[in-house]
Design a protein around this ligand. Structure first.
Ligand SMILES: *[C@@H]1O[C@H](CO)[C@@H](O)[C@H](O)[C@H]1NC(C)=O
Ligand SMILES: *[C@@H]1O[C@H](CO)[C@@H](O)[C@H](O)[C@H]1NC(C)=O
Length: 124
């Protein structure tokens, strides 16, 4: 009986794992576009090694990590997305954070591969 129970439990665990795998693949493929690596965190998405190549920057900051940049963007009315430097600025342990008043929906051709930035966009 005990053996039977643990097999049942193991079966549930396996079923759960494969279901979450399927769910994960579904959400990844749903958000994958044009070969970008797109990850989703809460209400924003990350486009690794890409930037939105626009010259108008609403504001720039040096921040510890992308979450600080996300908070700056949330605080700035008009901020729709941001580019976050992959490497710290020279001589600091902080990364450039560029808030942008545009996003990939109206500037889609400007989302370009980049060695220097990851792009994050809000998903509302
Ligand atoms: C970024 O935009 C500038 C100005 O529009 C353009 O000259 C440059 O080629 C663009 N860079 C990339 C990687 O598309
Ligand atoms: C992009 O779209 C947003 C809202 O949809 C708008 O507020 C913003 O001005 C647009 N930016 C550009 C450069 O068209």
């Amino acid at each position: 009986m005990k053996m039977h129970l643990s097999i049942t439990v193991a079966w549930f665990v396996l079923a759960f794992l494969s279901l979450s795998k399927v769910a994960q693949q579904f959400s990844e493929s749903q958000f994958e576009q044009g070969g970008y690596e797109v990850l989703q965190y809460g209400n924003f998405k990350e486009f690794l090694d890409h930037k939105l190549n626009i010259s108008q920057v609403l504001a720039s900051f040096l921040v510890k990590d992308y979450t600080d940049c996300a908070f700056e963007c949330l605080d700035n009315i008009g901020c729709l997305s941001f580019n976050f430097a992959t490497k710290p600025a020279i001589g600091t342990d902080q990364h450039s954070c560029h808030l942008l008043a545009s996003d990939r929906f109206n500037q889609s051709t400007r989302l370009v591969p980049s060695d220097e930035f990851h792009h994050y966009t809000f998903w509302v």
